[in-house]
Design a protein around this ligand. Structure first.
Ligand code: 13P
Length: 255
């Protein structure tokens, strides 16, 4: 059984003071969680303080992006080397908001992924189709292209460190969740694709999170699906009770 992973993507929310307040409550609220991997991803400016606050806790720290060069004349960028140095464990790569607003492509996702691995960060690579792509029957083509593009040149060993997140763009921040069946169908497709690329034993061990309007009311049903191994939570991760309830749903899954 794959370990379930519930990650909070805080996006562009919370000042440093608000981050500290939220983390303090989350730490005590989630202290008893044993089985589920918990990750929070605040903004860059709060990461160093968050890392200090999360030492000796069961909550891991992630960044929301990284640049592929380690240092140099790249004004405004943050590198994997720097993230690792302050104690980040995870990094989200290729979120649809970065693809949509910041020109991220499968090629740049791949560069960031390689840099994350080189710096011993655990990558969470996001893929997902838009509403238009779904409506014209292109979902599987798009997912296949994104998975293949992101993972180009990745070895079997490296694949074992990578988490994938299926986030249908039409379900992000819209309140419209994919049904558990819709999500499972794409997750199974992704695992099949991983089997072709890396073999069955690697594919069976890859954690594939679902993201898109995950909340306490739908988390258990989504997480009960065979190929859904966690959630990448946006809005609901900003509220202690909602996030804790989603983590609890993961804890309640048998196995
Ligand atoms: P919401 O949970 O707010 O829909 O966001 C999902 C997401 O984009 C997580 O990365």
């Amino acid at each position: 059984m794959r370990k379930l992973n519930i990650s909070g993507n805080w996006k562009l929310n919370k000042t440093l003071a608000e981050t500290k307040a939220l983390l303090a409550v989350l730490k005590s609220e989630l202290a008893g969680v044993k089985k589920t991997e918990i990750v929070v991803c605040p903004t860059y400016v709060s990461l160093a303080t968050s890392a200090e606050m999360l030492i000796d806790s069961n909550i891991k720290l992630g960044a929301q992006n990284l640049f592929w060069e380690e240092s140099g004349a790249f004004t405004g960028e943050v590198s994997g080397l720097q993230l690792k140095a302050i104690g980040c464990n995870y990094v989200i790569i290729g979120h649809s908001e970065r693809r949509q607003y910041f020109g991220e492509t499968d090629e740049t996702v791949n560069k960031r992924l390689k840099s994350a691995l080189q710096n011993e960060l655990l990558p969470i690579v996001c893929v997902g189709e838009t509403l238009e792509e779904r409506e014209i029957g292109k979902t599987f083509d798009i997912i296949s292209e994104q998975v293949q593009g992101a993972l180009s040149g990745i070895s079997k060993d490296e694949m074992q460190k990578i988490t994938l997140a299926y986030e249908p763009v039409w379900a992000i921040g819209t309140g419209k969740t994919a049904t558990p069946e819709q999500a499972q169908e794409v997750h199974a497709f992704i695992r099949e694709k991983l089997t072709k690329l890396f073999g069955n034993s690697v594919a069976e061990n890859v954690t594939i999170q679902y993201g898109g309007s995950v909340k306490p009311s739908n988390a258990y049903e989504l997480l009960s699906q065979n190929d859904i191994d966690g959630a990448l939570v946006g809005g609901a991760s900003l509220d202690v009770e909602s996030f804790a309830a989603i983590v609890q749903a993961a804890e309640n899954i048998e196995g």
